[in-house]
Design a protein around this ligand. Structure first.
Ligand code: CTP
Ligand code: ZN
Length: 161
C-alpha cells in the first residue's frame, strides 16, 4: 500500500513549487511561449523557468502555466498577457507562499501597447500619435482602432509579440 501511495504522488507531480517569483496560471492553452516572449525571457538569463503546456484544468479544459523565479511583472507586461490570455492569474510567490493573486484585466482603452495592423493608419505614419484601441470584446478579442476604426483580433496582436 505504502509504495503504491508513493507512485500515486509521483504521478501527480508536474513541476516543483517555486520559492520566490511569479506563477502565471490559467494561460490559454498553447500560449505559454507567447507569454515568455512578452516578458522578454529567453531562458539564457539564468533564472529557473518552468513551462507547462496543455495541462488539464477544471475551469478551462486545458491550460498553460509559466513559473519564473526571482522575477515580478511590470504593468505593461500584464496588459500584454491579458490580450492573449484573458483568464490568466498572476501569483506572486515569496518564501514559497502565494502572497498576491490577481486575475489579469484589460483596461477599456489600450494606449501605446500594440500597433495598428492598418499600415495607412495615422498611428503608423510617423506622426506623434499613440496607437489607441477600444476593447469592444475580450473573448474572442476585438479591439477597435480609435483612429482608423480597424478591428484587431488576437491573431493580429500575437503577430506583434
Ligand atoms: N505555486 C508555485 N509555487 C509556490 C506556490 C504556488 O509554483 N510556492 C503555483 C501553484 O502550483 C499554482 C499557482 O502557483 O499553479 C497558484 O497557487 P495556489 O493559489 O496555491 O493554487 P490554486 O488555489 O489552485 O490557484 P487558483 O485558485 O488560482 O486556481
Ligand atoms: Zn488604426
Amino acid at each position: 500500500m505504502y509504495s503504491k501511495g508513493v507512485v500515486m504522488v509521483e504521478k501527480e507531480l508536474r513541476v516543483s513549487k517555486i520559492k520566490d517569483g511569479t506563477v502565471i496560471d490559467h494561460i490559454t492553452a498553447g500560449y505559454a511561449l507567447a507569454v515568455l516572449r512578452i516578458i522578454g525571457l529567453t531562458g539564457r538569463e539564468g533564472n529557473i523557468i518552468s513551462i507547462l503546456m496543455n495541462v488539464p484544468s477544471q475551469k478551462l479544459g486545458r491550460k498553460d502555466i509559466v513559473k519564473v523565479e526571482n522575477r515580478e511583472l511590470r504593468e505593461d507586461e500584464v496588459h500584454k498577457i491579458a490580450l492573449i490570455a484573458p483568464n490568466a492569474t498572476i501569483n506572486i510567490i515569496r518564501s514559497y507562499e502565494v502572497v498576491e493573486k490577481n486575475k489579469v484585466k484589460l483596461p477599456k482603452v489600450i494606449k501605446g501597447v500594440i500597433k495598428c495592423a492598418n499600415s495607412t493608419c495615422i498611428t503608423n505614419g510617423g506622426e506623434p500619435v499613440q496607437p489607441t484601441f477600444i476593447v469592444e470584446n475580450v473573448e474572442p478579442l476585438r479591439l477597435r482602432c480609435h483612429y482608423c476604426k480597424r478591428i484587431m483580433t488576437r491573431e493580429d496582436v500575437i503577430d506583434q509579440f
